[in-house]
Design a protein around this ligand. Structure first.
Ligand SMILES: Nc1ncnc2c1ncn2[C@@H]1O[C@H](COP(=O)(O)OP(=O)(O)OP(=O)(O)O)[C@@H](O)[C@H]1O
Ligand SMILES: [Mg+2]
Length: 239
C-alpha cells in the first residue's frame, strides 16, 4: 500500500468521514447497540476530542476509525478510501503505515526496554531504518522518557508506561493519531505536556489527532469537541 502524506490530498476531503455508522455487539436478547447514526467529518490537521460518559461509545468509535473493528452498518472513509471494507490484511498494512494508536492497554512488550519498544514500533511501521535510533530517542525525549529509556515497562509507573506508548505511537510521525484517553494516567502538568507535543506535530506536520478525554483543560486546547451520549453524537462542530 502506498504511503499517503498529508500533502497528497486536496484539503477539501476530510481525513476521516463516517456515514450512517451503527455498531451492535452480540445478538438477540443480549445485543448492545453501542453506536447509531454516526455521521462525522474530521478535517486534516486538526485536533479533535471525543467526550461522553462511560459507556457512551467513545472507544467503540475509535476502534472503527482505526479499522480495528468493522461497523454493523454504514461506512468509514480515510482520505476518501473506504477502510471499513478493506480485508484484514490491507487494514493492518494501512494501520502500520498511516496511523499511530494509543489504546487503554498500552501493548508494550514487557521484556523490551522503553527504547526497544519504540524502535520496534518504527520497524513495524517500516520507517527508514537508518533514522530509527534518532527517531526513537527523539520521541522518548518529547514525552520526557529519554532518561528512563533503558528500563523495561514493569520497572516503570503507569504514567511512564503510557508516555512510552505515546512515544511509540508518534515516533514514525503518522498522518493520523488515534488515542484512547492518552493522558488518563498522567498528572495534569504531564498531560498538558503530552497534548503540547501532539499540537506541535499538528502544526509542523499537519498530523490529525482524534482522542477521547474526560479532561476539561484538554477540551479547551483542542480545535473541536465531539460529544457522545448513549451511542449517538449530541454536539458536533460544523465541518
Ligand atoms: N465487545 C463488546 N461486547 C459487548 N458490548 C460491548 C463491547 N464493547 C463495548 N460494549 C458496550 O458498548 C457500549 C460502549 O462502550 P465503549 O467502550 O465504547 O464506551 P466508552 O465511551 O469508551 O466508555 P469508557 O469511558 O468507560 O471507556 C457499552 O455499553 C459497552 O458495554
Ligand atoms: Mg473507553
Amino acid at each position: 500500500m502506498t504511503i499517503q502524506t498529508a500533502a497528497s490530498f486536496p484539503s477539501t476531503e476530510p481525513i476521516l468521514r463516517t456515514v450512517g455508522v451503527k455498531k451492535v455487539f452480540g445478538r438477540g436478547d443480549t445485543a448492545v447497540t453501542a453506536l447509531k447514526n454516526i455521521n462525522l467529518e474530521i478535517a486534516r490537521g486538526t485536533m479533535v476530542a471525543l467526550k461522553g460518559r462511560s459507556g457512551s461509545g467513545k472507544t467503540t468509535l475509535l476502534n472503527l476509525l482505526a479499522a480495528l473493528d468493522q461497523p454493523t452498518e454504514g461506512q468509514v472513509f480515510f482520505n476518501g478510501l473506504e477502510i471499513s471494507r478493506l480485508s484484514e490484511k490491507r487494514r493492518s498494512a494501512w494501520r502500520r503505515s498511516q496511523i499511530g494508536l494509543v489504546f487503554q492497554a498500552y501493548g508494550l512488550v514487557p521484556l523490551m526496554s522503553a527504547y526497544e519498544n519504540v524502535e520496534f514500533g518504527l520497524r513495524i511501521a517500516e520507517a527508514d531504518k537508518k533514522l530509527n535510533k534518532e527517531r526513537a530517542e527523539r520521541a522518548l525525549e518529547w514525552v520526557g522518557m529519554k532518561p528512563r529509556m533503558k528500563h523495561r515497562p514493569p520497572e516503570l509507573s503507569g504514567g511512564e508506561q503510557q508516555r512510552v506508548a505515546i512515544a511509540r505511537a508518534i515516533a514514525h510521525e503518522p498522518v493520523l493519531l488515534l488515542a484512547d484517553e492518552p493522558t488518563a494516567e498522567l498528572d495534569s502538568r504531564m498531560g498538558l505536556q503530552v497534548i503540547r507535543v501532539f499540537r506541535d506535530l499538528v502544526e509542523r506536520l499537519g498530523m490529525t489527532v482524534v482522542m477521547t478525554t474526560h479532561d476539561p483543560e484538554i477540551m479547551e486546547i483542542v480545535d473541536h469537541v465531539i460529544a457522545l451520549e448513549d451511542g449517538h453524537i449530541v454536539i458536533q462542530p460544523n465541518p
